[in-house]
Design a protein around this ligand. Structure first.
Ligand SMILES: *[C@@H]1O[C@H](CO)[C@@H](O)[C@H](O)[C@H]1NC(C)=O
Ligand SMILES: *[C@@H]1O[C@H](CO)[C@@H](O)[C@H](O)[C@H]1NC(C)=O
Length: 416
């Protein structure tokens, strides 16, 4: 898995994220929030197609997507490996068809909806006054599928990009929610897929509960964790319980044990460095300063330590968060903690509860680089519950997507 992530991609992603941070203001200028905004209207139309399981009808949404793609001058092609389960490929030909192409994937289908549990009917695509757009598939995965098209529309119409260097394909696949066997799996195994000569794939990610724009790819995620202990201060001549240093030292012992357990796997040849959770102390901070050093007869009331922790993509960040909260910096030991998750890098593989087509695409082997882009939404999807996106975020994403396309085409592509 680590092999999937070349250095050029890591650099690209950080530059890409920086680029994203610079521009969001423009989106609101260029895309005023109007009720009759055509971008929103197109999204609402896509939401109204009944593509939820158990009986998704793909015919009408595929026709809609084809008409959208053609309206911005893109080529379309429908493959039907299983009758009634089309795979739509939209293509923006590049000036260098000899180079590996870029594929942006999304799925057509959605999970079932229970209408009586919704404030607004799940296939109404209702937009409320506060900018929320309700619909089954709003997050997973129709916002992504539409944003690819809107991004290309923006690139062509607002930014004046007539032709990317590499050919860009969008794929709209059926049956993702039931494992993708009749959709992405057949597609990826086909000679048609081979002919696309794909070198880079971007797939859906997971809904984000806030405005963070998260990119997931096959690498470890760096966490910078600071733990801080407070405790009873006292003279250095007396032994007593619950000093800050003691509280911190208990944590350091536990962290050291954990570190050893991980490092031993590497030392015994059972795992690669990239496959374990690495934990490295980077600072200790305690003591009462004097003019020539530290007071040697005082036990301080505060002590802290910092750690650089790296999580492999297969580890659920929640597990480590719980370990920090309950073992390494528990409130019961008068401890607090802070962490900075530099980039959320969790690759969704079959090890995790939800799966995307990325896992199918990843089976394709090392020649493919797969990135999962997060859908930035205010509400994390809960099956059976309502699903919505907000207007503002939709716009932001829309804009970010357009930048990502622009970026990939201009900067990253030549290094792939
Ligand atoms: C899908 O819906 C269209 C339009 O309502 C209909 O013509 C078509 O027969 C349906 N297809 C399937 C497979 O149900
Ligand atoms: C936590 O702090 C409180 C208040 O200072 C103190 O009474 C208690 O003993 C401390 N407990 C530990 C485990 O440090």
């Amino acid at each position: 898995m680590g092999d999937l992530c070349s250095l050029s991609i890591s650099i690209s992603i950080s530059t890409f994220l920086i680029l994203l941070l610079v521009f969001p203001v423009l989106s609101t200028q260029q895309q005023p929030e109007e009720e009759d905004n055509p971008v929103i209207n197109r999204f609402q139309t896509y939401l109204r197609f009944k593509t939820a399981h158990p009986n998704p009808n793909y015919t009408v949404p595929v026709s809609f997507l084809i008409s959208q793609a053609r309206s911005i001058g893109l080529h379309t092609r429908t493959l039907e490996f299983v009758p009634g389960k089309p795979v739509l490929i939209v293509t923006w030909p590049g000036s260098r068809p000899d180079l590996p192409s870029i594929l942006f994937n999304s799925h057509l289908d959605s999970v079932p909806a229970e209408p009586d549990k919704w404030i607004h009917p799940p296939f109404s695509g209702v937009r409320t006054a506060d900018g929320r757009i309700y619909g089954r598939g709003a997050q997973d995965d129709k916002c992504i599928g539409m944003q690819y098209l809107e991004a290309i529309r923006n690139l062509r119409e607002l930014w004046g990009y007539k032709e990317p260097t590499r050919t860009v394909h969008l794929s709209y696949v059926p049956e993702e929610e039931i494992g993708g066997l009749d959709g992405a799996a057949k597609f990826v195994a086909s000679k048609e897929f081979e002919e696309l000569n794909v070198g880079f794939v971007m797939d859906e990610g997971q809904a984000s509960p806030n405005d963070d724009f998260r990119v997931f790819y096959a690498d470890r995620s760096p966490w910078h964790v600071t733990i801080k202990a407070t405790g009873v201060p006292g003279h250095g001549c007396r032994m007593f319980d619950d000093s800050a240093m003691e509280n911190l030292m208990i944590s350091i012992e536990l962290i050291t044990q954990f570190r050893d357990s991980q490092f031993n796997l590497v030392k015994r040849g059972l795992a690669a460095h990239s496959q374990v959770i690495s934990v490295n102390p980077v600072f200790f901070d305690a003591g009462i300063l004097t003019s020539n050093g530290f007071a040697m007869n005082m036990q301080p009331s505060e002590a802290s330590a910092g750690f650089d922790i790296r999580l492999p993509p297969t580890v659920d960040p929640e597990l480590i968060r719980n370990r920090i909260a309950h073992e390494w910096a528990p409130a019961s030991r008068n401890m607090t903690f802070q962490y900075q998750l530099l980039v959320a890098l969790v690759i969704k593989t079959k090890l995790l509860s939800c799966c995307t087509e990325a896992s199918i695409l990843l089976l394709k082997g090392k020649e493919l680089t797969v990135i999962m882009l997060m859908c930035s939404c205010q509400h994390v999807l809960l099956p059976g519950k309502e699903e919505l996106v907000t207007l503002e975020l939709k716009f932001l994403e829309n804009y970010l997507q357009s930048l990502s396309l622009r970026f990939l085409i201009r900067t990253s592509a030549p290094t792939l």
